[in-house]
Design a protein around this ligand. Structure first.
Ligand SMILES: *[C@@H]1O[C@H](CO)[C@@H](O)[C@H](O)[C@H]1NC(C)=O
Ligand SMILES: *[C@@H]1O[C@H](CO)[C@@H](O)[C@H](O)[C@H]1NC(C)=O
Ligand SMILES: *[C@@H]1O[C@H](CO)[C@@H](O)[C@H](O)[C@H]1NC(C)=O
Ligand SMILES: *[C@@H]1O[C@H](CO)[C@@H](O)[C@H](O)[C@H]1NC(C)=O
Length: 232
């Protein structure tokens, strides 16, 4: 048993969509092995095994340096809000620690990146204690770009929330693609490029998405990262 954590994480839009549940707090966390064909992936699952009915789930797409304590802590915080949380593995087990090259590899190939995100979403939906009709995705930085790609690719999710996503390396939007996810974007005003945001808003509007963009003046990643004062 653990105490549930509360969070200042800005996923209010999810709370608006999903019914809040009483949280009794028996948080279970574990690694989950799943596969992309023969390639082994290792996600991180957090849920509350005292819940007696299936719960909505939030899939977390990792930051540029893989699934770290940061994503794991976010997962546990999200359980405290009444969701199952699953950190999808994008880079795969034994992919090494040259994270910058991996980041470039995946942001440079939207097909490859979307495939790994979708596999993570499928894995999250497969758990018996997840309500597979109530799944959202969130992501930070690299993952923030990723969840925007999920939305503009028309992936069937309830919502995506992007925190300081890199807007310059996102996937191209194909005209005519409907965007079912509610899209909430949170971005540092000193971090992003305003013209990219305008294009993104145009794409979201073209896909008939329900969307919002919130920008925070004078900050980079400061509104979610503990190492906020570093220029990252
Ligand atoms: C989970 O995976 C991480 C590496 O991703 C490893 O360091 C850790 O020991 C694993 N935990 C368990 C309980 O297997
Ligand atoms: C992108 O990745 C896929 C594998 O998911 C691969 O088949 C394709 O050739 C890659 N495209 C480029 C341009 O490297
Ligand atoms: C957006 O909505 C309009 C009006 O209902 C419709 O004509 C159009 O096909 C929709 N676009 C997409 C991409 O679904
Ligand atoms: C989508 O955004 C791209 C830039 O990423 C832009 O070139 C394109 O015109 C936009 N398409 C639509 C339909 O809004």
């Amino acid at each position: 048993m653990r105490n549930c954590m509360t969070t200042s994480l800005s996923i209010g839009i999810l709370l608006g969509l999903f019914v809040a549940r009483e949280v009794r707090c028996a948080v279970v966390t574990r690694n989950v092995t799943y596969f992309d064909d023969q390639t082994e992936l290792r996600g991180y699952l957090a849920y509350d095994d005292s819940w007696d009915e299936s719960a909505p789930a939030v899939v977390i797409i990792q930051d540029w340096d893989g699934i770290t304590l940061y994503e794991q802590q976010r997962a546990e915080m999200i359980v405290g809000l009444g969701y199952v949380a699953f950190c999808a593995d994008i880079y795969e087990v034994d992919s090494g620690t040259d994270y910058y090259s991996l980041y470039l590899e995946y942001t440079g190939n939207a097909t490859k990146y979307l495939r790994r995100m979708n596999l993570g979403i499928q894995e999250a939906k497969s758990f018996s204690f997840v309500d597979s009709t109530m799944v959202a995705a969130i992501g930070y930085c690299f993952g923030g770009t990723g969840v925007i790609n999920l939305a503009t690719a028309g992936v069937d999710l309830r919502a995506v929330v992007s925190f300081h996503g890199g807007l310059t390396r996102r996937a191209e939007y194909t005209e005519g693609t409907a965007i079912p996810a509610v899209v909430s974007i949170h971005s540092g005003g000193s971090d992003d490029s305003a013209s990219d945001i305008q294009q993104l808003q145009d794409n979201l509007t073209a896909g008939n998405a329900s969307w919002e963009v919130t920008r925070y003046g004078g900050v980079l990643h400061a509104f979610t990262m503990q190492l906020a004062r570093l220029a990252i």
